[in-house]
Each structure stands twice: as structure tokens, then as C-alpha cells.
Design a protein around this ligand. Structure first.
Ligand code: ASP
Length: 424
């Protein structure tokens, strides 16, 4: 059995076990609720999450250093960077526009009974100039310790470029890091082997804790958002892949399954970076020099699923409070959601915090977030799947346009598949 199939089976069993624990009231029992869900499931899930996160910084640093060195050309880097950024912004723009249009038609918040006791206090987002200055890693070791992805990206690229210009010493260091990269990718595979059990624990815990009642009360919001997320992943990306890159979207989606289950289980684009990177390079034939840059870059600045959530949530909150959004407010939501998607780190739940900035900007009550927070975890998992699917789709499109996608690998269903016994 391939690893992907095993993960999917364990994920479904995890969801069923979680729902049973929740609906039968077993969650209240000290053994099941306390020791099993709060103990075993919690520990297994966290250990796996931390193991994935452990790989992110060394993997991004080493592979981006090697990837930049392989390009050997700063102008080329600028061209690829510009293309990737443009496509990331365009896909996020499409996402938020679809979200606002459909939510305005479906009206998820119309007639919603507003609870009287909702509370939410927003954190202040840093001013834009600070974000700009903060791109420069004043201390690269600190940047790595903090997992500050944009700073790590900038440092790795600069070091990679310098290495290509440094003659023999540069060549020696590049060859050392290329070997190091192979070792880290091996570690990625080993950690991925643990995924079925960990995904089971993560999913079972979420479903055991989420009351079905919470979803019932917010079903219109929940299902509108869920529907638009699925639509974006299954229609918008396939259309872009077909028209811009002439790549078979079904092959793409089928090869995305493993990364999607990781994103769903962890609700973190950042933690999924090792798997997304492996997917595009080894399963889809994207050259390392493009994948090593666009995946961590996308996991940090490209959040189509998060932008969709912000659009639907804004419309929902406006309708719940009986406030009509004007056209200029809607345009502001589009701009703010794109900015918020860039500013959102790829970790669980941050999209909701950034929503506060969007709401404040259009003068909507920030307390509205308190209404939707109860069902956010499941939606966070789903939008993370969309976020990473967008990163991988754009990566394939850019790679294809640069002649850096090996179509034989892309079209080979078995390329890079992990058969369990092959791992060690
Ligand atoms: N969890 C999302 C991600 O990591 C971000 C968010 O929307 O909260 O991609």
C-alpha cells in the first residue's frame, strides 16, 4: 500500500472515532476525554507536528541555498521571483473576489440570531514600514531560531548568490550543501512515515472536541465557506493549470493528495513545507531551484484559502449585524484580504487574527470574530489545504513557463511515490 492511501484511511478512521467520542458523550469521561484524547492523541499529534516543524528551517535554508546556486544568475532569480509573486497575488485576488461575490448571493449571515455575549479582543497588526524593514535578517541565527520565513528566504538567496560568485570555495560549499540536502530529504521521508498514526490522532482529537452543535448553529457560514474553498481548489487551479501551463489538472490533484492530508491534519502551511516541496520536486518534476524558492515563499505570503475565509466572514458578520457593505467597502475588503494573506504566517488559526484588521478597516465590529471562532478549527484545516494547493499550482505554472518542469516525471503516476518498505 502506498503511504498516501494509508494516511487517507487513517484520517477517515480518525474522523469517525472522533465523531463517535463526541456524540456518545464519551468525551466527558476522564479516561476517554482526559487520558485518550487529551493525553495520547494530543501527545502523538504534537510530536508529529514538532517533527515536521523541526525540518522546515534546515530544509528551506539548505535547499534554497542550493537552488539559488543552481540558477547561477541573479537576473533569472529576479524574473522567477517576479512571476511567482505576480501569480500569487492574482490567485489571491481571484479567491477573494469569488468569495465576496458568492457570499453576497448566498447571504450566510442573513437572519442570524446574534448572541449577546460575544467577545473578541484584537491584536494590533504591525505597520507596513516595519514589515518592510523586518524583511532584512539583522541576525540570521535569530531569524532561524524564530522561524521567520521571509528573512530565512532572503538570507539563503543572498548566500547562494554569493557562493556562485566565490569561485572554488563557493563550489566546495555548494557541493557540501547538496549532500546535506539529500540527507534532509531522507529525514523528510522518515518523518512522513509516521504520518498515518499522527494524522489519525490529530483528526480524532479535533472531531472529538468540536461539538456538532457548534457547526449546526453556524451551518450556513460553515457550508458557504467550505463550498467556496472546495470550488477554488477544484475549479480555479485546474483551469489555471490547463490554460497557463497545459498540464493535466487531474494528475496534479491526484499527486497533491499526500500534501493535502498533511495540511488538513496540521492546519499549517509552514509545517507542510517539507511535504509540499517533496511533492513538487519529486512527484511533479519541478526543478529544485524553483520549488525550493516558491514553496516556502508561498507558504508565507500566498493564502488563497485564508483570503476566502476573510471574504466570507466579513460578509457574514456584516449581515449578522444588519450592516450593508458599500462597493467601496467591498473593494477595501479585497485589498485588505490580499495584504492580510501576505501578512499571515502559515500556522494554525492566524487567519482569524488577521481578520480583525480587515474588519477594523471597513468599520465592522471585531467582536463578530467571537461568533465564528467556535467552528474555525475545521475550516482552518480546510483552508490550509487550499493555501498549499495554490502554492504548488503556481509553482508548477512558473516552472513550466521557464522550461523547468520535467513532464515525464509530472505524467508518471509512480514518480516519487513512497512505498513503505522503500523508506529505510
Ligand atoms: N492555518 C493557515 C495556514 O497555515 C493560516 C490561517 O488561515 O490561519 O495556511
Amino acid at each position: 500500500m502506498t503511504l498516501t492511501k494509508k494516511i487517507i484511511i487513517y484520517m477517515i478512521v480518525g474522523a469517525v472515532v472522533g465523531i463517535i467520542i463526541n456524540t456518545t458523550g464519551l468525551m466527558e469521561s476522564p479516561f476517554v476525554g482526559g487520558k485518550l484524547v487529551g493525553g495520547v492523541f494530543y501527545v502523538v499529534g504534537k510530536v508529529f507536528l514538532y517533527s515536521l516543524q523541526m525540518l522546515v528551517v534546515p530544509l528551506v535554508f539548505v535547499s534554497l541555498f542550493c537552488g539559488t546556486a543552481a540558477l547561477k544568475n541573479p537576473a533569472m532569480l529576479g524574473k522567477i521571483g517576479g512571476k511567482t509573486l505576480t501569480l500569487y497575488l492574482i490567485t489571491t485576488g481571484i479567491a477573494i473576489t469569488i468569495a465576496l461575490s458568492l457570499a453576497s448571493v448566498i447571504q450566510p449571515g442573513a437572519g442570524f440570531d446574534l448572541p449577546t455575549d460575544v467577545q473578541f479582543s484584537a491584536k494590533q497588526a504591525p505597520p507596513f514600514v516595519e514589515v518592510l524593514i523586518g524583511l532584512v535578517p539583522r541576525n540570521p541565527v535569530q531569524a532561524m531560531a524564530d522561524g521567520n520565513m521571509l528573512q530565512i528566504i532572503i538570507f539563503s538567496i543572498l548566500l547562494g548568490l554569493a557562493a556562485t560568485m566565490a569561485g572554488e570555495p563557493g563550489k566546495r560549499v555548494i557541493s557540501f550543501f547538496e549532500d546535506f540536502n539529500v540527507i534532509i530529504m531522507k529525514l523528510v521521508k522518515i518523518v512522513m512515515e509516521l504520518a498515518p498514526y499522527a494524522v489519525f490522532a490529530l483528526i480524532a482529537k479535533v472531531f472529538a472536541e468540536i461539538g456538532i452543535d457548534a457547526i449546526k448553529n453556524l451551518s450556513k457560514y460553515f457550508f458557504t465557506l467550505f463550498f467556496i474553498l472546495v470550488l477554488h481548489a477544484l475549479v480555479v487551479y485546474p483551469v489555471l493549470l490547463t490554460t497557463l501551463a497545459k498540464l493535466n489538472p487531474l494528475t496534479f490533484l491526484s499527486k497533491m493528495r499526500t500534501a493535502m492530508t498533511f495540511a488538513f491534519g496540521t492546519a499549517s502551511s509552514n509545517a507542510t513545507i517539507p511535504v509540499s516541496m517533496r511533492t513538487v520536486t519529486e512527484r511533479m518534476g519541478v526543478s529544485k531551484s524553483i520549488g525550493s524558492f516558491s514553496i516556502p515563499f508561498g507558504a508565507t505570503i500566498n493564502m488563497d484559502g485564508t483570503a476566502i475565509m476573510q471574504g466570507v466572514a466579513t460578509v457574514f458578520i456584516a449581515q449578522a449585524y444588519g450592516i450593508d457593505l458599500t462597493l467601496s467597502q467591498l473593494v477595501t475588503v479585497v485589498m485588505m484580504s490580499i495584504m492580510a494573506s501576505i501578512g499571515t504566517a502559515g500556522v494554525p488559526g492566524v487567519g482569524l487574527i488577521m481578520l480583525a484588521t480587515v474588519l477594523t478597516q471597513v468599520g465592522l465590529p471585531v467582536e463578530g470574530i467571537g461568533i465564528i471562532i467556535g467552528v474555525d478549527r475545521l475550516l482552518d484545516m480546510t483552508r490550509t489545504v487550499v493555501n498549499i494547493t495554490g502554492d504548488c499550482a503556481v509553482t508548477c505554472i512558473v516552472a513550466k513557463s521557464e522550461g523547468k518542469l520535467d513532464e515525464r516525471v509530472f505524467n508518471d503516476p509512480d514518480a516519487g511515490v513512497i512505498e513503505e518498505e522503500h523508506v529505510y
